[in-house]
Design a protein around this ligand. Sequence first.
Ligand SMILES: Nc1ncnc2c1ncn2[C@@H]1O[C@H](COP(=O)(O)OP(=O)(O)OP(=O)(O)O)[C@@H](O)[C@H]1O
Length: 678
Amino acid sequence: MTELPVMNKIEEIEVGLSFEILKALQAPFSRKEFLQSVLPTLLRSTGGAFGGLVSQRSGAWAVECWVGEKRPFPSELVGESFDRSGPISANGWVAVALTRSPHRGDTPSEASPASALVLRLSDASGDYESAKNVARIQSAANLLSAALQRVDAHDRNVRRIEQLSAVLRAAAQWQQLDDDEALLQRIADTATKLLHCERASIFLWDRRRKKLIGRPALGVEGKPLEVDDQAGVVGEVLRSGEAKLWNTNSDDDEARVNRSVDQSLEFQTHSLVAVPMSNPSNPVVHAGSITNANAVGRADLIGVFEAINHRSGAFDHLDMAVLSDLALHAAAAIRSMQTRKSLTVSRDRLVNDAASATQLIGNHPSIDQVRKNSQKVAATDLTVLVLGSNGTGKEVLARHIHYESNRRSGPFVAVNCAALVESLLESELFGHEKGSFTDASQTRVGKFELAHGGTLFLDEVGDMSSGGQAKLLRVLEEKVVVRVGGSQTIPVDVRVIAATNQPLEQRIVEKRFREDLFFRLNVVSLTLPSLSKRGDDILLLAEHFLEHFSYQIGRAIPQFDALAKQRMLSHPWPGNVRELRNTMERVCYLCSEDTISAEDLMLGGNAALSSNASRESSFLSNAPETLSDATRIYQVAHIERAIEICRGNMTEAAERLGLHRSNLYRKMRQLGMPTSGE
Ligand SMILES: Nc1ncnc2c1ncn2[C@@H]1O[C@H](COP(=O)(O)OP(=O)(O)OP(=O)(O)O)[C@@H](O)[C@H]1O
């Protein structure tokens, strides 16, 4: 009888086997690679001529890895080794069932498959079947079993990491979509791909109707598929809040499946996994670990995510974990899309309201032309310069362009450049960093940043300081802002519409306005004519304002008599549309008659002037010598009187004088009047 190494150098060989197993465990081997590397040594060390590992698949024993001569193995011996939970030998064959102690956290079906080591010994007539050798084979099998569990756990972890990163990648892409049908389709496609199955769908729960609605639409002829919320495996998931598996070739009960759905879709379900989808604001469950202990509460359920027909037969617990991860992200993506949609609807409604409140009223050919040109310019991002006297509607036109442009959903931000001194204007426009000057206790975002994605209206741009002009030019050219006291450049996407009532060309000659900035702003210029040059638009606007104020105070809309109309058409309207608007407001409040006469209009300042007649006559008797002094003194007195009549309300006083509030302050500063209220 030949002496085999296994009989002679047992310890040495066993140590060799252990070493081989340890070495293989260090390498990033899959289960198959591990077996291929270790089984030859194991065979040698146990005196096996050929043999391998057999595992249970679909209820039968099949070879998983074999070394040496390929011969049918005695499967009854394998079954017996399991029954006895120990090694068994017969006719030169030895079978040892490998122990399966589940890993911490594994569900039973996550544990390694039932496997056994099957060996054909080198010399069936020898001592190899001796109790000593069989015990040695048993200890080698134990070593193999422990190592395989490590390898399987590693395999599972690798698969899980791959799946999780695939889920995260997919979820990030879902956030980019803004159509809900496309989103649901993409979610279903991701699940189909990751779970290697034929179909996946989301069933959203309509609690009121006790129905589950399949999305994306699976239904015949494009109709959504609706199922009873109690029926089938999805019904089980809703009732229990737990994930469920069903595989046709296992012992699963056929009655659990809702075959009527198969019939209506002409489909045959042979395996499915379904997991609950819960409200993302109540993430009670850690995805991938849905067990009885932490089932989703019914109140938080929004539906069920289902995958059907695994391409290689059956779904397992890893598939369930992946689908649960997907469900968590899908619920968040669906919720965020719903929120975005409802925000978009509200935003559009607000934008439409704002747009209809900013009507550019007028049919005069000059206004028609402005409207046509503004329509053209609205479609571009060009800078626009709006010219016109005070109150001609420059801001109205700027808003009109904004709401006609594709920036209409973005912000419209207006800044009056004349209202602020140089240092404040810069911080207003470009923002400032905390501590950049004495009063800068907080970082402040400037109007340019606030108008990002929208339109910035720079009113009275002709009054901007030279420092402000230089900075503005830089922003327009470079499309970045630097906050006062900051160094970081902040990109801004803003369309600028500037307006002025100043003759900019003249200010350029006087070196009070930069020529380069003028060219930068004046890419397109639109001029609004004075109201007195707009013919019948005066009446159109008057009726519009009268209707507006009558509605506001809840009175019937009065009519103008013929003389009133004539009076309005012949009035010079120095304060333009603003003056007309104020006149209509006054008439609406003060004249309670159904018909408005020319006197009711109180044009020409009769109302205020008559009560101050004595003051004026004394002014005339003490009139200064030069015309400019006389004009200045008159202007001061006139402004003081307006402020007095309006009891110090500067906005009202400005409107009364046909000026914008900021222009009133500018005028007062020019005249050397105190402007403490500013
Ligand atoms: N075409 C118009 N249709 C409707 N309302 C108008 C029109 N033009 C002006 N208005 C109204 O007149 C008032 C003054 O308009 P706006 O502020 O746009 O004038 P402006 O030229 O910008 O004035 P300022 O030069 O003083 O800044 C506002 O109440 C505005 O609603």
